[in-house]
Design a protein around this ligand. Structure first.
Ligand code: OGA
Ligand code: NI
Length: 329
């Protein structure tokens, strides 16, 4: 495999689409979705407004820095502010999520990572672009989960019923400055990692730089016009007994230009117990061969526990500052 499979979800034959998704999810857990109904102009708006925001001075960006987001875990972090496997990534970013007001029961209950977004003063258009995009891409995520359920021989509403009635939706925009010419081999734009939840849907500009660990080694995942890179998170690997893969990936921006990307993570409900799908095990899967030596199959708990431990590891200082009551990673 040298490139990611492209799945056109506008095709009429749902069984055929589900079959293509099944192949991709078993092989590498990565594919590119085209033929979806997220408008290219909406994606372009997010990209250009994000680029405008990141071009502001750090002083101005600091007005919406993550410590101001509190328990909702929203806002801007500077280059080097997020760690992967303990090493600072060469990126800056902005965390968004579902927009929930102070009266929402989940917010009143103090549920971490739930609450209202921070939006910058400039550019003012970023707010509407992000909120519209999160809605549209979340809908695409649910549509993909329906196809994935079909691919797994479940009824199409299986994920909606068991895990995503009240999903955790996280959205991030990233700016990757070019890696310096003298960058060491272990300096990454994003270090090797897997994603945590169900599915990630990634928009990216024309730069490229994302790499995926396929069965035969690292392969590039360059941009495809109007395509989103879709990949699976740890919870899908766990639920399917390893039949579907949560595959390591990483980013290295060596283009000399500024790269913008924006992943949306559609994840199980915070309080969901993520259990194996009954009857689904894959005897060929080898959890001990995972990139991090950790087994998603041996862990148990709610998705919220898992997510909090993960984000605590990538922002250790912030965890202590805004969620001092959490148990930590
Ligand atoms: C991530 C990720 C890749 C990219 O945020 O989990 O892998 O291209 N991002 O930004
Ligand atoms: Ni990722």
């Amino acid at each position: 495999m040298e490139s990611l499979p492209i799945v056109d979800v506008s095709a009429a034959d749902r069984d055929a689409i589900a079959h293509e998704i099944d192949d991709a999810c078993r092989a590498s857990g990565f594919f590119v979705v085209v033929g979806h109904d997220v408008s290219a102009s909406l994606t372009a708006r997010v990209e250009s407004r994000a680029r405008e925001f990141f071009a502001l001075s750090d002083d101005e960006k600091r007005e919406v820095a993550m410590p101001h987001g509190g328990r909702a875990w929203r806002g801007w972090f500077p280059v080097g502010g997020e760690l992967t496997a303990g090493v600072p990534d060469m990126k800056e970013g902005f965390y968004f999520g579902e927009e929930l007001g102070p009266d929402d029961p989940r917010v009143r209950a103090g549920r971490p990572l739930h609450g209202s977004n921070l939006f910058p003063r400039r550019p003012p258009e970023l707010r509407a672009a992000v909120l519209e995009y999160v809605d549209a891409v979340t809908r695409l995520g649910h549509a993909l989960l329906e196809l994935m359920a079909r691919a797994l021989g479940l009824d199409e509403q299986w994920f909606a019923r068991h895990l995503t009635t009240d999903p955790v939706v996280l959205f991030r925009i990233f700016h990757y400055p070019p890696l310096p010419a003298g960058a060491t081999p272990n300096q990454w734009s994003v270090g090797e990692h897997t994603d945590y939840g169900l599915i990630t849907i990634l928009g990216q500009d024309a730069s490229g730089g994302l790499e995926v660990h396929g069965p035969d080694g690292w392969i590039a995942a360059p941009p495809v016009p109007n395509g989103f890179v879709v990949n699976l998170g740890d919870m899908l690997e766990r639920m399917t007994g390893g039949r579907y893969r949560s595959t390591p990936h990483r980013v290295r921006n060596t283009t000399g230009a500024d790269r913008i990307s924006f992943p949306l993570f559609l994840d199980p409900a915070w309080d969901a117990d993520v259990l194996p799908i009954p009857g689904m095990t894959d005897p060929t899967s080898d959890a001990t061969g995972r990139w991090d030596g950790a087994s998603v199959h041996e862990w148990s708990g709610t998705y919220g526990d898992y997510l909090l431990a993960k984000v605590g590891r990538v922002f250790p200082a912030l965890l202590g500052e805004v969620l001092p009551d959490s148990t930590g990673p």
